[in-house]
Design a protein around this ligand. Structure first.
Ligand code: NAD
Ligand code: 6OD
Length: 488
């Protein structure tokens, strides 16, 4: 296989770096080398930010909303035309099954540009008339202007989807961006540069710098004084470091952070819907979805039946090659993450869990033995203070506990520092809605999970984030709202 090179994309051109420093990009399916990535140092990050600042003052700053929207549409069309290139790149970086990448990651990567077209075209602002003390009139109105250069820092779990979820609205609002993809998944952000050039997005509007966090491209970007705002998706601890960097110069942040999400399954649920959906919310993308469930609370009358049914589902999650139709689950992202997930599996045992299924590494064929595999895992019997009930594992695992009353389960669900998402299963819609309104999270699904309407708000409460993205909510971060008062 040809060794690939992942270059930085700055001012419309692919460039290496001044330092000559590279790092490996590996395929988590078998840990094979995909290629080398050129790490951006301060000179490259500075060049990217300067290019983004210049683009704001150039053609991009002058084009109309209609022209911007035509480009957004063209981006979506071109991503779909090159669907297979994006698919191959995303799958090589993440090892995720073909059915998942082709139904979720890549289509959403395109949709994230299209969905903001209607929103930006119809976005309005306030205006008020008033009488002045001297008997004249004053009209006061709001104008939204682009915030400027946006630093976009992304994770590895849904690389194209989560990156375009920020770049789409940022460009719709007239900003320019410097993207720092995860060091684990550099491919699709790099490829998107070709798409930008192909459809005629002006140079400097979209830039990509590769590297790590501290003392690398991530920190150089977030510390850069000419970055006007930072949007971040990733771990809460990293978000804290980025907020500290953003405090210098009082730059605004948008934070999509970690979660420790619960599912609440009432005895009156549609049992099959609950089992099928919780299977997805626990194990899809090998449990590496920020919205995924790691705590399941089941009403006592159906507890044993539910545990048995989820066990069967977990055991049917066949691991394997992404393009094999029988594959239901891929590897986790890296050897480092595999070790982290397995350390939680060990902790759960030490803390007294009953291992219902899984708990280790699956037996894989020789060609995949070096991959980053972990078994889908279910525990019961732990106290609410156990590590795997309080801390985010970000792997294919969950603890299942019984409950006896709405108050009890509400208390347990809310006793966590995170507040990202919940899934509730009940056929009593009143009860499910009362529960939903009492849970301190940004997102609740009733009888479903990860069902998205991109016009609505997305984001976390408590330590799961700051701000909301999606639809008009994205404009709160990606624009600066100014007020003009005219006296006449
Ligand atoms: P991470 O925080 O380790 O890394 C995310 C990005 O931040 C990477 O690009 C990394 O290089 C960069 N980074 C790390 N340290 C930095 C620093 N000091 N300065 C600037 N950049 C820095 O997260 P991850 O492991 O890539 O992703 C998994 C985490 O992301 C989980 O906690 C998950 O819950 C969370 N996540 C949240 C959402 C959401 O919408 N709330 C979505 C996806 C993932
Ligand atoms: O669907 C989305 O817009 C979104 N941001 C999903 C996040 C998933 C987290 O892993």
């Amino acid at each position: 296989m040809n060794m690939k090179e992942f270059l930085n994309f700055i001012n419309g051109e692919y460039i290496k770096n001044a330092s000559g420093k590279t790092f490996d990009n590996r395929n988590p399916v078998d840990n094979s080398l995909i290629g080398k990535v050129y790490e951006a140092g301060r000179p490259e990050v500075n060049a990217a930010v300067m290019a983004a600042q210049a683009a704001l003052k150039g053609d991009w700053g002058r084009i109309s909303v209609t022209e911007r929207c035509k480009l957004l549409d063209a981006l979506a069309v071109e991503i779909n035309r090159r669907f297979d290139d994006f698919l191959q790149a995303e799958i090589a970086d993440t090892g995720k099954p073909h059915h998942l990448a082709s139904h979720v990651d890549i289509p959403r990567g395109a949709a994230n540009f299209q969905v903001f077209i209607d929103t930006i075209k119809s976005a309005s602002t306030e205006s008020f008339n008033m009488r002045t003390p001297d008997g004249k009139t004053a009209l006061s109105y709001g104008v939204r202007v682009p915030r400027g250069v946006i630093g976009v820092i992304c994770p590895w779990n849904l690389p194209l989807l989560l990156m375009t979820w920020k770049v789409g609205p940022a460009l719709a609002c007239g900003n320019t961006v410097v993207v720092k993809p995860s060091e684990e998944t550099p491919a699709t952000a790099t490829l998107l540069g070709e798409v930008m050039n192909a459809v005629g997005v002006p140079k400097g509007v979209y830039n990509v710098v590769h590297g790590f966090g501290p003392d690398s491209a991530g920190a150089f970007l977030t510390e850069h004084p000419d970055v006007d705002g930072i949007t971040f998706t990733g771990e809460t601890r990293t978000g804290t470091a980025i907020m500290k960097a953003a405090a210098e110069g009082i730059r605004p942040v948008s934070m999509e952070l970690g979660g420790k999400n619960a599912a609440v399954v009432f005895a009156d649920c549609d049992f099959q819907v609950a089992v099928d959906t919780v299977t997805r919310s626990c194990f899809e993308n090998a449990g590496q979805v920020c919205l995924g469930t790691e705590r399941v609370y089941v009403e006592r009358p159906i507890f044993d039946k539910f545990v048995a049914a989820l066990k069967l589902k977990a055991e049917a999650m066949t691991p394997g090659q992404p393009f094999d139709a029988a594959t239901k689950i891929g590897p986790v992202i890296s050897k480092e993450h595999q070790a982290k997930v397995l350390s939680y599996y060990a902790k759960a045992r030490e803390e007294g869990a009953t291992v219902v299924t899984g708990g280790g590494v699956p037996d894989m064929p020789a060609a995949l033995k070096d991959g980053c595999w972990v078994q889908p895992t279910i525990w019961t019997g732990l106290p609410e203070t156990a590590s795997v009930i309080t801390e985010e594992v970000f792997g294919p695992c969950c603890h299942i506990a019984p409950f006896d009353s709405d108050e009890e389960v509400l208390g347990k669900v809310n006793t966590n520092r995170y507040g990202l998402a919940t899934a509730i299963f009940s056929q009593d819609i009143g009860r499910a809605n009362r529960m939903a309104q009492g849970i301190r999270v940004g997102l609740t699904w009733i009888n479903s999970w990860f069902l998205r309407d991109l016009r609505t708000s997305f984001g976390g409460s408590k330590q799961s984030g700051i701000g909301r993205e999606g639809g008009l909510h994205s404009f709160e971060f990606y624009t600066d709202l100014r007020n003009v008062m005219v006296k006449f």
